[in-house]
Structure formats: structure tokens, C-alpha cells
Design a protein around this ligand. Structure first.
Ligand SMILES: Cc1cc2nc3c(=O)[nH]c(=O)nc-3n(C[C@H](O)[C@H](O)[C@H](O)COP(=O)(O)OP(=O)(O)OC[C@H]3O[C@@H](n4cnc5c(N)ncnc54)[C@H](O)[C@@H]3O)c2cc1C
Length: 399
């Protein structure tokens, strides 16, 4: 990665100074030049009105991979807390780091977020790059990309993991494009080849019909996004204080193209927090009609579970999309998952097959859902599910 200024084009307008998060540009005699603090983050390139700043992205084949060491997780902060997916990624990063004998670092951008660093330590971070600035208080693509690209260029991690959330998907693709790295999105498995130091990134491909394992042999860092609830977070370890590395940045609000005016949260008619539910009862096309979801709801209510659904039922308009489990829905990891009238297409399995206990109810004994089920009932859901609901209601004294 190289960045330079074509001085014959530079007019000394100083707009690049405002764009640089690391204060690493000086203007003398109407010509800009980089100081030794430049991280090659590239934030100044688009700020230059005359195209005098040029960024050269090193072609993958030319990258010296031996210069890159360490595993990074990019933190996401939600409502003042580290997002669950960040803690889950720290757990996976710890496992990979132990195999590679390198530290786990968390990059924590935000405003007044230093209090979250200790929690990152409990969940596996050895060190935290703390980047605090009022203009990082809420996620915005531009400043987050600039700041994180600068850190990556300077410290050269070999692996960068980001949550496949709305924010993470936006950020990861921007970073990967800026630094010329590859990116494997929505991984469901991450393993390490310790000899080659290659991250084996597994994800569904071709509409979920195969599981592809992707290697990034030449570019660095190796970047992957992982959806919430795919990886398991570690049990928190008290007394694991991470090393804090304060990263000073200067972010001029005028150089940031976007401004958050108001955050409006979408109101759901019912609270469905599938990803945190310990019990999920899901319905599929075997329900035959939208009103029959009442059978699923009654069982879910009897056992304190949430209602999930296959995409076929969502696509048919039987139930809102936020109930959908699977590759294009939510990834869930409950203690108990009851699949009723769901065939078990690979795209559905991608979202629930790591559940601790799976019970499948289906009239077809050859339905693929039985391949992942711990307990299977071959039978008509309209008989089996109400019978279960009655039994639970009797057991828990609700009838
Ligand atoms: C790119 C892509 C992404 C996708 N993402 C997702 C996703 O995120 N989630 C998802 O779920 N799907 C997803 N799909 C769709 C997926 O391929 C399947 O089409 C879908 O999961 C099927 O839903 P289903 O099991 O409800 O329906 P079906 O496959 O039609 O299965 C219905 C089942 O009900 C059983 N049945 C019928 N009557 C009864 C009864 N009375 N009692 C008990 N059992 C009965 C049948 O034997 C059958 O097994 C995706 C597809 C693609 C191409």
C-alpha cells in the first residue's frame, strides 16, 4: 500500500488536512506533504479536489505476508454495550490466536467507550486499540473506514474478523476495498491452517447448495464477517485486563460527508428476539395456511419459547420476515429448537443446525431435517403439536 502527493498538481488548498484522521499532512510553501504519522489510510484521497493524492494498492501477489501478525476483531457497540457478536468473535479469535501463537486485539472505535475494554478482556482480548472521538459516537462509514484502515496499514494484522450485522457488512466491504484485501462474507466456520497461516473460511455458496471453504493465499489481512450467534462466546474470565492502546485521532465534522439527524427504531408488532431465545418453535410450509401458525404460537407460549419460521412461509406472507430462521434469516443457537412441518433445506439448516437440541415433526420420514434432529417424530403436526401443547400446559398447570 503506497500513497503519495503529485506536488505539481497540489494547489496547497489544505482540504486534505481536514480529512486526515491522524493529523499526518502538513502544507508548506503551498504544497502538501505527509509526515511520519501517515498510516496510508487513504482518507485524504477523495478530499483532494485536484486529484493530487494518489493511492497505490499493492497487488496481492506482491504482499509480503510474513509482515502480518495477530488477530483483530472490530468491535460493534450497541446501546453502550459491546454487541454479542463482538464477544462471540473474540471467542473464535482466541481459539485461532492460540493455534498461531499470536495476540488477540480488539479495535474499539466510539466516544466514551473506554469502560468496555475490560469486558473485551474477559472475553478473550489481549489488547484493545481504543479510538475515542465525539465524531465516532455513532457509526458512519467514512470516519470508521478511515480510522480502521489507518490502524490496519500501520500494525498489519494477519486476520480481521467483523460481525455480519448491518454495520459490519457495510464497514467490512469498505475496508477490504480500500486496503486491497479479500473478504469472505457470512462465514459459518473458521479454522486455521497453522503451517501456512491460512484462515479456512467456510460459508454456504451457490444458493446454499454447497459449503465452500475459501482461502486468501496472497492478500493480507485475511478478512471475514460472521453473523451473530454462529460462534460461541467464551465463559467470561475475571481479572483478564487487556492492554489498552490509546489511538489519538482528529476528525473534523466538516470533512465527514454524512450526518446522523435522528435514529428511528422500527417498531415490531410483537417482540421477537430469536437470537437470544433459549427455546424456538418454528413452523414451515407443512402448516398449509397462515392461520395455522396459531398451533406453533400456542406451543411456544406453553414452553416460553419464541416463534420461528422457514422462508417458504415468510415468502408466502404467512408471517413477518423477522421470524425467519436460516441463511437469509436469523442464525439461532437455542437450547431447544422444534421444527414443525419444515423439510430441512440446507438454507434453513444453515441458521439452526448448531442448536443444542433439535426436535423435528414431519410426515415425511425422509425429510432432511431428520438428519440434524436429535429427536424426530414422523407424524402429522396438527396432531403432534397440539398434543405436546396440552401435555406441557398440564405439566406446568396452565389448563
Ligand atoms: C438463496 C436462498 C436462500 C434461502 N434462505 C432461506 C432461509 O434463510 N431460511 C429458510 O427456511 N429457507 C431459505 N431458503 C429456502 C429453502 O431452500 C426452502 O425452500 C425452504 O426452507 C423450505 O421451507 P419449508 O421447509 O417450510 O417448506 P417445504 O420444503 O415445502 O417443506 C414442508 C415440509 O412440511 C412437511 N409437512 C407437510 N404437511 C405436514 C404435516 N401435516 N405435518 C408435518 N409435516 C408436514 C413436508 O413433508 C415437508 O417436509 C433459501 C433459498 C435460497 C435459494
Amino acid at each position: 500500500m503506497g500513497i503519495y502527493i503529485e506536488t505539481d498538481k497540489c494547489t496547497g488548498c489544505k482540504l486534505c488536512l481536514r480529512a486526515c484522521p491522524y493529523g499526518a499532512i502538513a502544507v508548506e510553501e503551498d504544497k502538501a506533504h505527509f509526515t511520519e504519522d501517515c498510516t496510508s489510510c487513504g482518507a485524504c484521497v477523495s478530499a483532494c479536489p485536484v486529484g493530487a493524492i494518489v493511492m497505490e494498492v499493492v497487488r496481492a501477489a506482491q504482499v509480503d505476508t510474513s509482515q502480518y501478525r495477530g488477530i483483530w476483531v472490530i468491535a460493534e457497540v450497541q446501546d453502550g454495550h459491546l454487541a454479542e457478536v463482538t464477544l462471540e468473535l473474540l471467542g473464535k479469535a482466541r481459539e485461532l490466536a492460540e493455534a498461531l501463537q499470536v495476540p488477540v486485539s480488539l479495535v474499539l472505535p466510539g466516544d466514551e467507550v473506554s469502560g468496555l475494554a475490560a469486558r473485551a478482556g474477559q472475553y478473550g482480548a489481549d489488547e484493545v486499540y481504543l479510538v475515542e472521538h465525539q465524531n465516532l459516537a455513532q457509526y458512519r462509514t467514512g470516519p470508521y473506514t478511515n480510522v480502521i484502515c489507518g490502524l490496519i496499514n500501520k500494525h498489519k494484522p494477519e486476520i480481521v474478523l467483523i460481525g455480519a450485522t448491518l454495520q459490519g457488512r457495510d464497514l467490512a466491504s469498505r475496508i477490504a476495498a480500500r486496503i486491497g484485501a479479500g473478504l469472505t462474507a457470512d462465514c459459518t466456520g473458521l479454522e486455521i491452517d497453522t503451517e501456512e497461516r491460512l484462515l479456512r473460511q467456510t460459508r454456504p455458496a451457490f444458493g446454499g447448495n454447497i459449503m465452500a471453504t475459501i482461502l486468501c493465499q496472497q492478500a493480507r489481512p485475511q478478512m471475514a464477517t460472521v453473523r451473530p450467534r454462529v460462534m460461541k462466546k467464551l465463559e467470561p474470565q475475571d481479572g483478564q485486563e487487556p492492554q489498552i492502546i490509546n489511538v489519538p485521532v482528529s476528525l473534523d465534522a466538516k470533512s465527514i460527508a454524512t450526518k446522523i439527524v435522528e435514529i428511528i427504531r422500527e417498531e415490531q408488532q410483537e417482540v421477537v428476539n430469536l437470537q437470544d431465545a433459549d427455546i424456538i418453535v418454528s413452523g414451515g410450509r407443512g402448516l398449509k395456511a397462515p392461520e395455522n401458525f396459531s398451533v406453533i404460537r400456542e406451543l411456544a407460549e406453553a414452553i416460553g419459547g419464541a416463534v420461528g419460521a422457514s422462508r417458504a412461509t415468510v415468502d408466502a406472507g404467512w408471517i413477518p420476515a423477522y421470524h425467519q430462521v436460516g441463511q437469509t434469516g436469523k442464525t439461532v443457537h437455542p437450547k431447544l429448537y422444534i421444527a414443525c412441518g419444515i423439510s430441512g433445506a440446507v438454507q434453513h439448516l444453515a441458521g439452526m443446525s448448531t442448536s443444542d437440541c433439535i426436535i423435528a415433526i414431519n410426515t415425511d420420514p425422509n425429510a432432511p431435517i431428520f438428519d440434524v434432529a436429535h429427536y424426530g417424530v414422523v407424524g402429522d403436526l396438527f396432531e403432534v403439536v397440539p398434543a405436546l401443547t396440552d401435555a406441557f400446559n398440564k405439566e406446568f398447570g396452565q389448563s
